[in-house]
Write a protein that binds this ligand. Structure first.
Ligand SMILES: O=P(O)(O)OC[C@H]1O[C@@H](O)[C@H](O)[C@@H](O)[C@@H]1O
Length: 313
């Protein structure tokens, strides 16, 4: 890909919706729609797309875009009375020109700050005062960092609680060739079994049917290994103890209007999340949740990947 200077450009995307395109010197890029503060693209220095977005995705409010990285806030899934995954993913966010300094990634050049504050309508369904700031940053090496800061701005002394997820859809060559490392032996809630709690077995996860699990208190690093592509995604997270793993498989895929029948083969959601223990904020308090994604070539040793290297190397 053409190398150049880091840049940030606001332009029109699909359906005339506004998006911000981030580019870094080596030719890596990312795209973020203001609708949902939704990352829809992350490309490496060969111009290869690393995130999955459905060919049937609908870029039209109020439907959330199918793929990329939807923001689930203030509710993950059906864990509460709000609509599935909350409303942040189908609200129009604004560019935050005056974001307070973000600790830890102020040296990056290709980033955008977005902000969501409650509208009158939102206050009716979730009566809390907050500012939600999201920074999407592309590092010089092409890593994608999402940092969320939610602040309780209430003047009436009222705390609030929320659940959250970065609902990341990774693009994979073939789901049956994918392994996830870092979630072995952990407890999880199985969404397909009424959120019943189970303990994962000792091996890395592989996929041969529908999966919808919320792993609890996970390590801060999870690896998604795509054997066919010889690519490993490394997901690092802070402030987000849980991790959701989702693939709809064939039957559910067919039932979703904005998802191709066979597309389940080419995606896997691994979602850094805070679900089991909702985050509670008193007035004036702020929560920070960060997800860092990198894509690295898988290193093989007689066909086997060394999990120690991927997770701790
Ligand atoms: O269709 P939606 O609302 O985007 O949700 C997709 C999936 O998102 C996952 O995070 C949930 O665990 C699944 O239960 C859900 O089906």
């Amino acid at each position: 890909m053409a190398a150049g200077k880091p840049s940030v450009e606001l332009c029109k995307g699909v359906g005339g919706l506004e998006k911000v395109v981030l580019r870094e010197a080596r030719g890596t890029s990312a795209e973020v729609y203001l609708y949902g503060a939704h990352v829809t693209s992350w490309k490496n220095d060969h111009g290869e797309e690393l995130l999955f977005v459905s060919s049937k995705a609908i870029f039209k409010p109020p439907k959330a875009i199918r793929g990329g990285i939807p923001i689930c806030f203030p509710q993950f899934g059906g864990f509460g009375n709000l609509e599935q995954h909350g409303f942040a993913r189908n609200r129009l966010w604004s560019i935050d020109e005056n974001a307070p300094p973000f600790e830890g990634n102020s040296c990056f050049k290709a980033f955008v700050d977005l902000i969501l504050m409650p509208s009158e309508e939102d206050s009716k369904i979730w009566p809390h005062s907050y500012e939600f700031r999201l920074r999407v940053a592309l590092t010089p090496g092409g890593d994608l960092i999402l940092t969320s800061r939610v602040r309780n701005t209430s003047a009436d002394g009222k705390p609030f609680a929320f659940t959250f997820a970065y609902h990341t859809y990774f693009s994979v060559s073939d789901i049956s060739e994918v392994r996830v490392e870092g979630l072995e032996t952990l407890d999880y809630l199985d969404n397909l079994k009424d959120k019943e709690r189970f303990t994962e077995q000792g091996d890395a996860l592989t996929f041969e049917s529908e999966v919808d699990k919320i792993y609890l208190s996970t390590p801060t690093k999870i690896a998604i290994i795509d054997h066919e592509k010889k690519r490993t995604f490394v997901l690092r997270k802070e402030g987000l103890p849980d991790a959701v793993v989702w693939n709809p498989w064939d039957k559910k895929a067919k039932a979703m209007a904005d998802f191709g029948d066979d597309e389940y083969k080419h995606m896997l959601c691994v979602e850094a999340a805070a679900i089991e223990k909702p985050i509670t904020l008193k007035p004036g308090e702020e929560w920070k949740g960060r997800q860092e994604l990198s894509a690295v070539p898988s290193s093989y040793c007689s066909g086997q990947l060394d999990p120690q290297k991927v997770l701790y190397g």
